[in-house]
Ligand binder design. Structure first.
Ligand code: NDP
Length: 461
């Protein structure tokens, strides 16, 4: 039996990497972990966490306006971008510290360096040139924004990475993409007073979500003043007199201060020594794993966004916990990627779990669709024109709720709880016999007694 320097070596200090390293170390394993940038990874350093802080910041403009309807007179308000960045950076540094502390307390050895594989059991630490060996290796290097280098002028654009550190808030921004990041940042910048345009290649933003919510959010965003150009893509960007001149495929010409690309993310697998170690990747560059997160090399695992699964922090953490069960607790556990509740922190928010109406219609011969659209109570006095949409998709054969979709305030919070009910296999009858919490928006979920319509063999009836 060869002896190794470490039982486990983890490359990448993000959500999946830190969780696997910390828990393995707390089980008494000798663990090393290397991170080339900052511990916490995309989620903590330049993703979910700072994004949510920005979302809060951007909501104040509407809060101030809404206050008048409730009798408040709000004095003149102004926004200081640098103060927000400073406060955000302080909080992120605090969280990064907690990640390091967690690893340290569990007695994992922390390396602040890029690490690359030399072979199936050997890792090179680039800062010192030192090599270390490990019985098991985890690759959790995450992903990065796709820079679309074929786009003329791409080097003039920013990605979400830079959006967190802009020296000043632009007066106008064009955001390319129709996914989570593009939509969330369009709402953030607009809320902070930036003239915002979104450009998306498809017919409707947020392609993987329920059609009703996509349309509802699109309308709400346009009503706020966000310009949305669908069926169009960027064709070139050039710098003209300090601003950016953008041409689109549909011959539109726009002049803006900043262009942000949010056109998907690329797994971080280049120059990682994967070939030397024998780790296979797919044609998108993502590490190929089996259902236990094991790569083509039996002692090397891969977790999170570096694999081609679901790019979400809780998923990476769950995959890490399954890895621990499988490798260190003699309890082979496959990550469960079914019924993942998720939120888009747009304004209004989207919260969703399970199948969209369109997906469910393909899977089941008959569906009952319960749909409510209403003005949220707060809007009655604030005077804001906005609507909440709630939708339950029910398989008529067994009454199971197979999809739940919300557009409205706190939809993300509701999606978390709906995730439990769908995971537990609740039926519409379970929803019906649940007492409402009044007055809330969520009570609508348990008071929609008759279907709004049915879908039979794919046809609405
Ligand atoms: P998404 O996959 O959500 O969106 C990418 C967008 O870019 C899509 O609209 C896609 O269009 C478009 N696109 C891709 N390639 C091109 C191209 N060549 N030309 C024009 N448009 C293109 O990725 P994001 O980058 O927004 O986010 C990455 C991941 O991070 C998400 O999948 C999500 O899992 C996670 N995330 C989660 C958040 C949350 O939980 N709230 C927040 C932010 C990110 P099309 O739809 O037509 O394919």
């Amino acid at each position: 039996m060869p002896s190794f320097d470490f039982d486990l070596f983890v490359i990448g200090g993000g959500s999946g990497g830190v969780r696997s390293a910390r828990v393995a170390a707390s089980l008494g394993k000798k663990v090393g972990i290397a991170e080339e940038y900052r511990y916490g990874g995309t989620c903590v350093i330049r993703g979910c966490v700072p994004k949510k802080l920005f979302v809060y910041a951007s909501q104040y403009s509407e809060h101030f306006e809404d206050a008048a309807g409730f009798g408040w007179t709000v004095g003149e308000s102004s926004f200081d971008w640098n103060k927000l960045i400073e406060a955000k950076d302080k909080e992120i540094a605090r969280l990064e510290g907690l990640y390091r502390k967690g690893l340290d307390n569990a007695k994992a050895e922390i390396f602040d360096t890029r690490a690359e594989l030399v072979d199936a059991h050997t890792v090179k630490l680039l800062k010192t040139g030192q090599t270390v060996t490990a019985e098991t290796i985890v690759i959790a290097t995450g992903g990065r924004p796709n820079l679309h280098t074929a786009l003329p002028g791409h080097e003039l654009c920013i990605s979400s990475n830079e959006a967190f550190h802009l020296k000043e808030l632009p007066k106008s921004i064009l955001i390319a993409g129709g996914g989570y990041i593009a939509v969330e940042f369009a709402n953030i910048f607009h809320g902070l007073g930036v003239e915002t345009t979104l450009i998306y290649r498809g017919a409707e933003i947020l392609s993987r979500f329920d059609q009703d919510l996509r349309k509802g959010l699109h309308e709400a965003m346009e009503e706020k003043g966000i310009r949305i150009l669908c069926h169009d893509i960027l064709s070139s960007i050039e710098k003209v007199e300090g601003r950016l001149l953008v041409r689109t495929k549909n011959d539109k010409v726009l002049t803006v201060d900043t262009v942000m690309l949010a056109l998907g993310r690329t797994p971080n697998t280049e120059n990682l020594g994967l070939q030397a170690a024998g780790v296979a990747i797919n044609d998108q560059g993502a590490v190929i794993v089996d259902e236990y997160s094991r790569t083509s090399v039996p002692n090397i695992y891969a977790l999170g966004d570096v694999t081609d699964r679901v790019q979400l922090t809780p998923v990476a953490i769950h995959e890490a916990m399954c890895f621990i069960e499988t490798v260190y607790k003699n309890n082979p556990t496959r990550p469960d990627h079914e019924l993942i509740a998720t939120a888009v922190f747009s304004q209004p928010e989207i919260g969703t779990v399970g199948l969209t109406e369109e997906e469910a219609a393909k899977r089941y011969p008959e569906l009952e669709v319960y749909r409510a659209q209403f003005r949220p109570m707060k809007a009655t006095l604030s005077g804001r024109s906005e609507k909440t949409i709630m939708k339950l998709i029910v398989n008529a054969a067994d009454r199971k709720v197979v999809g739940a979709h919300i557009l409205g305030h706190e939809a993300g919070e509701m999606a978390q709880l709906l995730g439990i009910t769908l995971k537990a296999g609740c039926t519409k009858d379970d929803f019906d016999r649940t007492m409402a919490v009044h007055p809330t928006a969520a009570e609508e979920l348990v008071t929609m007694y008759s279907p709004s319509y049915r879908i039979r063999n794919g046809e609405r009836v």
